[in-house]
Design a protein around this ligand. Structure first.
Ligand code: NI
Length: 139
């Protein structure tokens, strides 16, 4: 179980670095430095989880493409079937006469998820792709 008790600790840094940090805290609308530091630490931990190839993550792959592109739909479907154990859901949106948006929610080990995402994103005809990921275990 997660311990959410707040603990205090002291941080020392050069005043020029602190000034820049305070500027960022104001710009991003944080209530105080502690809140900003908590966010930075969480980001760093998520990044570290990325480095661990066996870490199980959940993520989303957003693909924007023209469905008239030759072979694209078949290749996209083949890829998803070949890695079906990673795919939790696929949602397809017909945006207009030509454009489609597909949202694929995935779960699995970082290494395979990244491989899957890279393959989808590099398919010919995919115009825009966005991959987001978060560790399954909260950090
Ligand atoms: Ni469509």
């Amino acid at each position: 179980m997660q311990d959410s008790t707040l603990k205090r600790f002291g941080v020392s840094m050069e005043s020029s670095l602190l000034n820049k940090f305070d500027h960022m805290v104001r710009l991003k609308g944080y209530q105080n430095r502690s809140e900003a530091i908590r966010d930075l630490v969480r980001d760093a931990l998520v990044q570290e989880a990325w480095e661990d190839k066996d870490q199980v993550v959940i993520g989303s792959i957003l693909l924007f493409y023209n469905h008239h592109q030759r072979n694209l739909l078949a290749e996209m479907t083949d890829l998803q079937h070949s890695m079906h154990d990673l795919v939790l859901s696929t949602t397809h949106f017909h945006l207009d006469h030509d454009s489609c948006l597909e949202l694929i929610v995935v779960k699995g080990k970082v290494k395979r998820i990244r491989e899957f995402s890279n393959k989808l994103m590099s398919l010919k005809g995919v115009e825009y792709a966005k991959f987001t990921v978060a560790p399954v275990k909260r950090v």
